[in-house]
Design a protein around this ligand. Sequence first.
Ligand code: BDR
Ligand code: CA
Length: 296
Amino acid sequence: KIPIIIDTDPGIDDAAAIGLAFHRDELDVKLITTVAGNVDITNITANALKLVSFFDQDVPVARGMETPLLKPYEGSCVHGETGMDGYDFPEPTQEIIKLHAVEAIRSLLEESEEKITIVPIGPLTNIAVLLLMYPHVKHKIERIVLMGGSLSGGNMNGPAEFNMWADPHAAKIVLESDVEVVMIGLDVTLKALIGEKELAQCQNKSAEMFNAIFHHYRDGDMDHGVVMHDSCAIAYLTKPELFTIERRHIQVITEGPASGMTMEKFEEETTNMNVAVGIDSEAFQVWFLETLHRMK
Ligand code: BDR
Ligand code: CA
């Protein structure tokens, strides 16, 4: 099994990604860390706890950074007020652990005998702070498989994707660290859609919950399907053959009107990461439903 840490801001598509990760035999979710992003850190952390309880998991949750490194916190407008509106989750049975997210990741990495993959599906603030404060743990990180960025235009200001836009300075630190990065960006995630007719193929409580919260995502277009950005990072870990991956050199713009834009550097013959440039959308839906069928 691949040991992973999910760093997240649930978030409607984060909720799906977390549920899927819990139900893939290839993965062992060791820790969930929260970061301010789609909504504020209090709602985000409450949502992460609700998801762990909903899926009957015993995975520790640690609360992380409540603001980006330099810019002021600004949430996303497409995840509703609480980030997971529309479903009445039972009271969580678990509380957050005492350690801050950054300390929880450090301690897990230090104590682990095997390398661990970090899967950030929100802004990169926690991961940047970790790499700055504790560079000695880098060699315990197998790689960072992140949802974020784009080579083909953004979903915030024109060119920037939300997770990069929300904390571009953190993104720069992560992208320029010497840790292996796989970037799963909008180029593929916008083609990973799940809607009413897909969810209707599955009659369990999880499908019901997803159906309820997905209706609150952006314009809630459940006929066309809503975008499963974060689930693509989980899909990539368990079935990389769903994606076309290319080696590229990507940098992130931190200032000005294009801040958060991930830009390709062509002038040098160097590369710094693997980037997902293609996805088999139908096979993704099959993978999603097959995993959903395993849930309660
Ligand atoms: C990313 O931004 C968030 O709104 C989603 O959860 C996803 O992580 C997509 O741009
Ligand atoms: Ca997210």
